[in-house]
Ligand binder design. Structure first.
Ligand SMILES: Cc1ncc(COP(=O)(O)O)c(C=O)c1O
Length: 455
């Protein structure tokens, strides 16, 4: 199977990594000829338009033939200009046609740049005490030391904890395990109101921005906020002069059945971070979209945005992003995400009837997940020693389905979820095929576990 290779470091020491040799649509093929459905959309929630679309490679090839790299401190490139125009024309809410775009390399760069912009804006506006970024527990915004500080994914924070800047966090909007042990809607959105309490505790004069994913991805196996949540967040931010940053790195570009995740709440953020689906994995590229009025403050103060990497706005990546976004529009993929998402959710609920270890099935569009529990009636999680979500992932892979395991999601050790996000091109029969493989993978794990399950 996989050739041992002592020089390449992979993401795990204790498992084989089959070599991928070909991809097409929702399918991946390894060197031994095995076929897999890309059920998690890469690692993860990336492959919006599916694999192997020739016109994307062609667009990037044509640009690469002209040039790829250029001295970005002194020049610009046409693909970057075209891409910015297109993105602003598609931006959420009142950002549409009233925002500007900064292009960088990865989702982590985008969230880092989003908080940099928030800070620089307040400094230039003459309010330099505003520096704090409030995040949410179980939020994930990327993998640098700075970004991990305002992320709240405990299992990934522990080792590096002494190196973080101390950022305040509020509890997540997570109805299946409400942090306040309330029920929606009687809770009157305590989870959103917690933001105002935290801003007051920190002092609004110290808080620059609040950052949140419209639908929590990697940390909670997909958890959409309840109706009204982000409207309430917006009001609180406005009342306290705090910018609202929507991390749409996973949820953007149709993934949730609307073009932007935040569209489900009819709310406009001040700054949007986007990546993954913007190039569907064909090339690294990410961006922030921010209100004109924010950039104007920097412009009026002749204060260039103090961010940027050597490969920002790479011309080949911009050509790839343009081709991906156009493909997505021409093939109505946002609508397909909505329709197939409904099909998936109905299918997952049927799986719940057969599999007692599924405690919850949830999602929006083609971003969906399962939470596994030892006893459904009490929602008791499995003991971490059983490695439940890793077992599901391995079992699914054996059946030819790639899923993304979320482990330790509740408190750093407890909590087993599976995150899924197949390409938005998936057909009704391919959804059935995916659900069938998932069904078989879960059945095998249930059999393995035997009396560990308490129905
Ligand atoms: C919501 C969210 N923000 C940011 C990131 C970081 O993106 P990247 O891995 O491209 O740096 C991720 C990655 O999974 C993510 O899920």
């Amino acid at each position: 199977m996989t050739q041992p290779n002592v020089h390449a470091v992979h993401r795990d020491w204790d498992r084989p990594f089959p070599i991928i040799v070909r991809t097409e649509g929702i399918f991946l093929y390894d060197a031994d000829g095995r076929e897999y459905i890309d059920g998690s959309g890469g690692s993860s929630v990336v492959t919006t338009i599916g694999h192997g679309v020739a016109e994307i490679a062609q667009a990037m090839y044509e640009q690469a033939q002209q040039f790829s790299f250029y001295p970005a401190h002194a020049f610009t490139n046409e693909r970057f200009l075209e891409l910015s125009d297109l993105v602003v024309s598609l931006a959420p809410g009142s950002l549409k046609d009233a925002s500007r775009v900064w292009v960088t390399c990865t989702g982590t760069d985008a969230t880092d740049d989003a908080v940099r912009l928030a800070r620089q804006y307040w400094v230039e506006r003459g309010r330099p005490s505003k520096y704090q970024i409030i995040g949410r527990w179980q939020g994930f915004h990327g993998n640098t030391i700075s970004v991990a500080g305002f992320s709240g994914i405990v299992s990934r924070r522990r080792i590096f904890q002494p190196m973080y800047i101390d950022s305040p966090h509020i509890p997540p909007a997570f109805c299946y395990r409400c942090p306040f042990e309330k029920t929606y809607p009687e809770c009157d959105l305590l989870c959103a109101r917690a933001l105002e309490t935290t801003i007051r505790q920190q002092g609004p004069e110290n808080v620059a921005a609040f950052i949140a994913e419209p639908v929590v991805g990697a940390a909670l196996g997909v958890a959409p906020a309840p109706p009204g949540y982000f409207q309430r967040i917006r009001e609180i931010c406005d009342r306290n002069d705090v910018l609202f940053i929507a991390d749409e790195v996973m949820t953007g570009w149709g993934r949730t059945g609307r073009l932007w995740g935040i569209d489900h709440w009819d709310t406009t953020p001040d700054i949007v971070a986007t990546a993954k689906g913007m190039t569907a994995g064909y090339t690294p590229l990410a961006a922030i979209i921010a209100r004109d009025s924010i950039w104007q403050v920097l412009q009026e103060h002749h204060s260039p945005f103090k961010a940027g990497h050597t490969l920002n706005a790479n011309a080949v990546s911009c050509a790839g992003a343009l081709a991906v976004i156009r493909y997505q529009q021409n093939h109505n993929l946002v609508e397909n995400s909505r329709l197939r998402g409904e099909q998936v959710l109905a299918g997952l609920r049927r799986l719940m009837e057969r599999h007692p270890i599924i405690g919850d099935a949830r999602g929006l569009g083609l971003m969906f997940g399962l939470e596994f529990v030892r006893r459904r009636s009490t929602r008791e999680p499995f003991p971490p020693v059983l490695g439940l979500s890793a077992r599901i992932e391995r079992s699914a892979l054996k059946h030819g389905l790639v899923t993304y395991p979320c482990t330790g999601s509740l408190d750093g050790t407890l909590g087993d979820m599976t995150l899924m996000a197949p390409p938005l091109t998936i057909s009704p029969s391919e959804v059935d095929q995916l659900l069938d493989l998932l069904d078989r993978a879960i059945a095998d794990v249930e059999q393995e576990l035997g009396q560990e399950i308490e129905a």
